[in-house]
Design a protein around this ligand. Structure first.
Ligand code: SF4
Length: 95
């Protein structure tokens, strides 16, 4: 399944979810090069273990289980997956 970060994160990027995630699958972090340029944070659906720890810490309620993602934000599942994959490639190239 995986969790998804939707529109309320845009312009917020609080990052409390980053600290709450036990498997480090939410990016970019504040210290990563693309943090300023990205409009929101993304969850890597391959690495996410569906624990739900990120949901209650989000101050704008932007994170949903895939099955609970509101219809108006369904496209964010694909956006998270695509941007997370790009971020994985970028970080591999930089390391
Ligand atoms: Fe990380 Fe758990 Fe949230 Fe998935 S559900 S992004 S593993 S905190």
């Amino acid at each position: 399944m995986a969790y998804v970060i939707a529109e309320p994160c845009i312009g917020t990027k609080d990052t409390a979810c980053v600290d709450a995630c036990p498997v480090d699958c939410i990016h970019p972090k504040k210290n990563e090069g693309d943090f300023v340029a990205q409009p929101q944070l993304y969850i890597d659906p391959v690495a996410c273990i569906d624990c739900g720890a990120c949901v209650p810490v989000c101050p704008v309620s932007a994170i949903f289980a895939l099955d609970d993602l509101p219809g108006k934000w369904k496209q964010y599942a694909e956006i998270n997956a695509k941007e997370a994959l790009i971020a994985v490639v970028l970080r591999a190239e930089q390391s």
